[in-house]
Design a protein around this ligand. Sequence first.
Ligand code: L3W
Length: 440
Amino acid sequence: KDEAVVTVGKSPTGLTPVLTRYWDEEQAWTLDTYRRHGGYEALPIALGMEPDAVIAAVKDSGIRGRGGAGFSTGTKWSFIPQGDDKPHYLVVNADESEPGTCKDIPFMLATPHALVEGVIIAAYAIRARHAFVYLRGEAVPVLRRLHAAVAEAYEAGYLGRDILGSGYDLELVVHAGAGAYICGEETALLDSLEGRRGQPRLRPPFPAVAGLYACPTVVNNVESIANVPLVIRNGVDWYRSMGTEKSPGFAMFSLSGHVTTPGQYEAPLGITLRELLGYAGGVRAGHRLKFWTPGGSSTPIFTDEHLDVPLDYENVAAAGSMLGTRALQIFDETTCVVRTVLRWTEFYAHESCGKCTPCREGTWWLVQILERLEHGQGTEVDLEKLLDISDNILGRAFCALGDGATSPITSSLKYFRDEYLAHFEHGGCPFDPHLSTLAA
Ligand code: L3W
């Protein structure tokens, strides 16, 4: 039962395999395996508590939203009005699609029951009788595995009527979206779940007040919900023994790109990229770190100057970026920063839902200018245009997609302006002789 505690006790500053600790086991995803590792032990404890006491424990633990924004999970739950006559809903945002982000999908494939148990406890706490998992549509193997886990949970009496004889009823529906980045934005997700085209709503009102079907709704990321049974089972002090005062606990750090051993590294918040690279075998042999993202492409890039920034919400923000989804994409010195930023910006332009002008038009213009620059046909004025357009998107778009699209542009110009200049001085991309020839 206390395997996780022991692991953490042995290695307070190293990796903390908690959510990931039995991913390698055969049939890790079955109910039997989950139960063998203490699964569904938190559920009767939670059902024996008052819902408000569960909310208080989650608040005291300091769990912060693992979907990117880092908002306090317990505080969000406490916004749900009590004593009202409207139904409450819990919605799990499993629409993972931020470039570089690859933690929720492997997590749900490996241990879907850890999510199901978290959903039941969270729904009980906010007094919801219906919960939804909104999954990225392309993730068909995950959909199958979640459906199987939900069926097993119903069969075992963890879902449905009178759960474990507590008198509490919960229906859980797994819904597959159609594969749109915007549907990871919580209000677009709710529109999509209601059967409409997924586009963001104005906030406020926040979903906690008027969410699904205009009723009080909590929307949480998969990993945030998966933390909940661990807090209930192991206690607030155990959770707070990891991480930092303001960013407690552990999290999945997804290393990808030019790294020797890419993958999921679960570690206390506050670990540094230098330490994580130590576990991942470093940047690929013979190469050195050039730039990286702390939390997916929507977070301003970092360089080798930032190897020792503690990866927690406060320190990453103080260093000029955002912890985001901890999607650590590693790029070595062979990578052209302009080409990378162009590629990301094409993604944002393609995924813009078109509802607001700054994002719809702005991302299109950013792509035109970046294409010119990458092919050596830009001028220094174009660099100012990139900054001006970014300035007109940031804070003026309807949702975080527009803001996120500006992060790679402004941060790459801050650290690699010379590389942009080298493109038009060289008459093409200095990293790609073929492209240079085309540009000439
Ligand atoms: C009630 C209030 N609720 C805030 C709730 C709000 C939401 C949460 C955080 O963007 C970021 C974005 C991406 N009353 C409230 C309240 N809330 N004030 O708290 O809200 P917010 O606005 O800070 O963030 P957000 O809109 O949820 C998320 C960044 O994450 N990101 C993207 C990740 C993409 C994925 C994916 O693909 N699955 O996670 C990466 O960094 O740029 O900044 O629930 O309702 N007064």
